[in-house]
Design a protein around this ligand. Structure first.
Ligand SMILES: [Ca+2]
Ligand SMILES: [Ca+2]
Length: 194
């Protein structure tokens, strides 16, 4: 029985240490852009559609530009994924803002000249309500983002003055189970002794 219990504990701990990320972007949230080409509206970065057609994407009316989203709550985005299908962004800057006025750069780098999904880790993530991706130049033609995922693993916050919510911890759940298990074992021993 003890062996089975420790196997369960190990499984619980492995879940607890494997962080799960959720995409906090949503097509229904307000999106804006520096410019928009034809029907390539800014919200198309969050509509989960990225076929090999240019109108599944936001596209700037030029070779550079930015697209931004306003979230309903503050989120700590720790990873940015972007999908490159056709035209490909080159130098990019990803930024966050709490007031849509002052921006903090979270990631800047060069996206390779290939296609498909690419994910960038954000070294110093923070809680922001606005996120913006700026395409400074491209490998070919207009600035375009087919799809992005703004990935957060920590709970959202309604307000920055509220305390940071505690994520549900399977480690503490496992430790609780352990305490109950030992309490029961010592009780059983007392019963046997009587
Ligand atoms: Ca998406
Ligand atoms: Ca899309």
């Amino acid at each position: 029985m003890i062996k089975n219990f420790f196997i369960i504990m190990m499984i619980l701990c492995s879940f607890a240490f494997a962080e799960t990320y959720r995409d906090v972007s949503n097509v229904s949230y307000p999106h804006t852009a520096s410019s928009t080409y034809s029907a390539c509206y800014p919200y198309k970065v969050s509509d989960n559609i990225y076929n090999d057609v240019y109108y599944d994407a936001w596209q700037a009316n030029g070779y550079s530009g930015w697209v931004a989203i306003e979230l309903p709550v503050f989120e700590k985005v720790a990873k940015l994924s972007i999908n490159r299908v056709y035209y490909r962004p080159k130098d990019i800057v990803f930024s966050g803002s709490i007031d849509n006025s002052t921006w903090t750069d979270l990631y800047s780098g060069t996206s390779p000249n290939d296609t498909g999904w690419i994910t960038y880790d954000i070294a110093n993530p923070g809680y922001y309500k606005y996120y913006r991706l700026n395409v400074l130049n491209t490998w070919w033609d207009y600035a375009i983002i087919y799809e992005w995922e703004l990935l957060a693993s920590e709970p959202s916050r309604e307000s920055l003055t509220d305390p940071v919510p505690e994520p549900f911890s399977l480690v503490s759940f496992g430790l609780g189970l352990l305490a109950v298990f030992y309490a029961k074992m010592s009780r059983d021993r007392r019963i046997v002794k009587q």
